[in-house]
Design a protein around this ligand. Structure first.
Ligand code: NI
Length: 252
């Protein structure tokens, strides 16, 4: 079994979403909101398909525009049995650096929600790893788990992050020919700290780079990890699945 710990399944992105979901028969997908308006859609998918679970939250891109209703909505649906985490939430300094304080404030609010509801965090951090790390270290309950989605730091940060009871979400970037830093991270860290993700419809792994991504492509990420670790792919799938089941407390 494989678990895609982070994907977006918006019907606007796919001609035939039923087909995409069918490709993951007997596997599990954790669908994440990209915007506060996605919450309802994620809940609908979770209710329709046995093998889909969701994480909901307010992405840092909306730090200026979200309202208190959005946060209340996150809290309301956190009580849904198939909403298994808060995400994606975090900090993104790639496009905006003028509202860092607002982004941090929203991030901390959602870490506090994760703490009170004992729901793992799925973190988006772009060009903001130092602040993300410091905030997690200060505000996240020690025993609360989470995933650094699309981890892009170096080995040093990878070690610091996993010491916070966090896992590294490894996706298609690992398969890119020019990518070196992430390969070093995967070679160095034990598989017990890794989970698989696609971030579909983005970040399609080789050999399909350039095409639209879909959850079933995590097998190419697992293959690359197996190659780098000189392990069998079955072993990589077994350990990363076990990790994901534990993080999201999934009882199958
Ligand atoms: Ni994403």
């Amino acid at each position: 079994m494989m678990i895609d710990t982070h994907c977006h399944l918006d019907s606007k992105d796919y001609d035939n979403i039923e087909e995409v979901i069918k490709h993951m028969e007997n596997n599990i997908m954790i669908v994440s909101t990209a915007s506060p308006s996605d919450i309802k859609d994620v809940v609908t998918l979770c209710e329709k398909y046995n093998n889909i679970y969701g994480t909901i939250g307010i992405h840092p891109e909306f730090a200026d525009s979200y309202n208190s209703e959005d946060l209340k909505n996150v809290e309301k649906y956190l009580k849904h049995p198939k909403i298994v985490g808060i995400g994606e939430v975090g900090l993104d300094y790639h496009y905006r650096q003028d509202n860092k304080e607002k982004q941090k404030e929203l991030f901390i609010k959602q870490i506090n929600l994760a703490n009170s509801y004992h729901k793992p965090l799925v973190i988006h951090s772009r060009d903001s790893l130092e602040d993300t790390y410091n905030i997690l270290a200060k505000y996240k309950n020690k025993d609360l788990k989470g995933i650094m989605h699309c981890f892009s730091g170096d080995v040093n940060y990878a070690k610091k992050i996993v010491n916070l009871n966090m896992y590294l979400g490894i996706g298609g970037i690992l398969t890119f020919k020019k990518e070196k830093k992430l390969k070093e991270v995967v070679k160095t860290l034990d598989v017990q700290y890794l989970v698989l993700e696609t971030d579909s419809p983005y970040l399609t792994p080789e050999p399909f780079r350039g095409k639209k991504n879909e959850p079933v492509n995590i097998k190419y990420v697992a293959l690359k990890i197996a190659e780098l670790k000189k392990e069998k792919i079955g072993k990589i799938l077994e350990i990363t699945t076990e990790n994901a089941l534990g993080i999201f407390d999934l009882k199958l």
